[in-house]
Design a protein. Sequence first.
Length: 258
Amino acid sequence: SGLVHIKNPHLDSMEEDILYHLDLGTRTHNLPAMFGDIKFVCVGGSPNRMRAFAQFMHKELGLAGNGEDLADICAGTDRYAMYRAGPVLSISHGMGIPSISIMLHELIKLLHHAKCRDVTVIRIGTSGGLGIEAGSVVITDTAVDSSFKPRFEQVVLDDVVVRSTELDKDLTEELLACSKEIPDFPTLIGHTMCTYDFYEGQGRLDGALCSFSSEKKLEYLKRAYDAGIRNIEMESTAFAALCGLCGLKGESSHTPTL
């Protein structure tokens, strides 16, 4: 049916579902009226970046006004920022798996309550590149963990639940085809490695802690490259797992800065 699925039987018994970190709720807001026609959701780490993206989409879609006065729908909270440009929702998710996971839980419930259909979610942002030119765009086919495995491990109570992290293959190819119309930057498909940390987790030598040599780092990164990994960031496995479980077409694209 194209509807967004939620897999939580407890929600049916709740008088109100409060999307706390988005400053929205099923009683306080008419979610179908506000969001029912949303078709695309683009998420990224920085609130300022997502506001700029919404303004860009406002201009690209030829909407009335100049887009400078776009309102932050989540202005009542300082956790996330959300902007709308026609059928496109632009939302910040902060940095790391815990932050994007909280946002995605509430976003997915929002899309479900709003009765949205056939929604595509795309994560955009910067990342660390691996063996590719800085400024390239990596379209993720599969998100992998630090052991190069296509999985997201979520601790639920005292169980470790393993979830798949494959992304929508048709959407991956569609985005690659679209990129050929914009020759200003190289675009490729590759695996994205998701880590829990910016410094030690990504093999950096300049953190407050470092227990490995530069030789050990380079050996690890070479193995990652040989496994098909082309960039490294901190959200993709959670993003892929939640989108896949809830019936959302999801894709992740990044511009490596290093």
